[in-house]
Every structure is written in structure tokens, then in C-alpha cells.
Design a protein around this ligand. Sequence first.
Ligand SMILES: Nc1ncnc2c1ncn2[C@@H]1O[C@H](COP(=O)(O)OP(=O)(O)O)[C@@H](O)[C@H]1O
Ligand SMILES: [Mg+2]
Length: 164
Amino acid sequence: MKTKTHIISVSNQKGGVGKTTTAINLGTSLAAIGKEVLLIDLDPQGNASTGLGISVEERRYTTYEVILGAKKIEEITKNTKVPNLKIAPSNTNLSSADIDLTGDRKRVLKLKEALKESYTNNFDYILIDCPPALNILTVNAFAASSSVLVPLQAEFLPWRVYRN
Ligand SMILES: Nc1ncnc2c1ncn2[C@@H]1O[C@H](COP(=O)(O)OP(=O)(O)O)[C@@H](O)[C@H]1O
Ligand SMILES: [Mg+2]
């Protein structure tokens, strides 16, 4: 059993800023130095799952079932080709979680509850790859994690003041 599991959300409301790339590469780097790592794919696009070689057919049960409380995280977690790096995959089913959880008073704590399982103590690091949004999935990730990593690229914003 690990003394402390670090849970880190990788998040930015904007898409294409390197969230998934950071999650995969950071996860692989930590695994390479001997840490036990779980990457949770919380983006319905499932790019982290695809990037780590999990085919669509292998994603019968995903983080969608975990968020809804229908499956435990250990039941959906897959090994990757990277030793010490596991993934909880996602697919497009996850895009309906926002609506499915509408009436649930504990809807922002679903992932936090799911990670209370003793199984998660096996990991040194849990990285959560968030969707490009500030929605219920992202709030679930923030509520479950102790820190947030925000990849971004500073870009020039062209603007103009219009006068009558
Ligand atoms: N540090 C980087 N430098 C250059 N390109 C990058 C970097 N990180 C990611 N990319 C590229 O940017 C694109 C979007 O990255 P991705 O990780 O999918 O972003 P997000 O998960 O935020 O949508 C991909 O084509 C990826 O290869
Ligand atoms: Mg992504």
C-alpha cells in the first residue's frame, strides 16, 4: 500500500492545448521511474485511451459506468504496453453524463467517491485527463484531485476598439 496517492487533474477549458499529450507523457515518465500510475480518461473523445492503444472494442465498460456508480474503477481499468501505467478508458457514452446526473445531489462527487476504493491506494499517481470544458466531468475531476495541471500556450489576441 502506498503512503500517499497524488491525484492530479490535467485541465483547460480550451481544446488542443496539450492536455492529453501531457497526461500520457507525464504518466509514461512517472511509470518509467518506477511509479505506479493510473490515467483516468475523463474526456468523451477518448484520446488518452486511443493514444495508449486501447481499441474501441476493448471499451465495453468505461469511466462512464464509474461516474454513474455502475462499475468500480478496478473493473474497467486496463493495462497498457507501458509497464506500471494503467488506464481507465472512456468513449462517447461519457458525453451524456452531464444529463444523466442532473437530478443527483452528489453529482459533483461521483469520481471522488469512486476513488475511495482501496484499489486506488495501489497507485503513486492518478492523472485525470479532463475534457475541454468546465462541465460536471471537470468539476468531478477537481473535487477528486489534490492538484490541477493546466497546459496552455500564450497566444496573441488581436483586438480593435470600435468607435461610432
Ligand atoms: N508540447 C507540445 N508541442 C507541440 N505540439 C504539441 C505539444 N503537446 C501537444 N501537441 C500537439 O497538439 C495537439 C493537441 O494536443 P492534445 O494533447 O490532444 O490536446 P488536448 O488534449 O488539450 O485537446 C496534438 O496534435 C499534439 O500532438
Ligand atoms: Mg484531450
